[in-house]
Ligand binder design. Sequence first.
Ligand code: 5RP
Length: 227
Amino acid sequence: MAQEKKNAGKRAAEFVEDQMTVGLGTGSTVFYLVEALAKRVKNETLNITAVATSSRTAELAQKLGITVKSLDEVDHLDLTIDGADEIDANFQGIKGGGGAQTLEKIVACASSKNIWIVDEFKMVYKLGNFGLPLEVIPFGSKELFARLKREGLKPAWRLDENKEHVLTHNHNYLIDLRLGLIEHPHLLANWLDHQVGIVEHGLFLDVVDTVVVGKSEKTEVIPAIRR
Ligand code: 5RP
């Protein structure tokens, strides 16, 4: 799987052009993207500015010589490249396996173009096998958890090895919905959008423009055409 992710990251780095302001996602596939992009910046003396969706990505990019600014310091984003956890046949996605979906969605929505980089195993017919991540405010989160349970959404707290809550960048909790199958992603997203206490969910609908799928031998670049 690492090779497939590496191939996707490397290929996607080729979409970055001189003078661009680029959003950088979070995760292991993005790690390979940042490595490849940093090589291009150095070898081709590219003048780019990056906006990172996590401190992990920001630290890596800076260490490798890429200029990083915050989203509020730039006036536009030409392109954002990020990983994903599942992409369905209609190019809708689940993100947030790394718990960074709130910053990732803010950056994606601010970007003129979005590319996702995945290995081939993340391409699915329908979403839902991967747990759907929710970032939730700690205050009242037990009540929210009970509400999700009553709705049959099979919530599970995201806990670390000491059974403590995994905290997001914003010091919030994470809940994963073990849905198995999401028949109507837009209806679910709309319902989740209206639940008080949920900061952001991991359904990224109608966001991606191009998907770069890493395979063991090659990569495939697929335009996201939705039915
Ligand atoms: C983090 C994300 C990641 O992009 C997603 O989890 C994919 O990660 P990886 O490239 O490590 O498989 O959404 O919140």
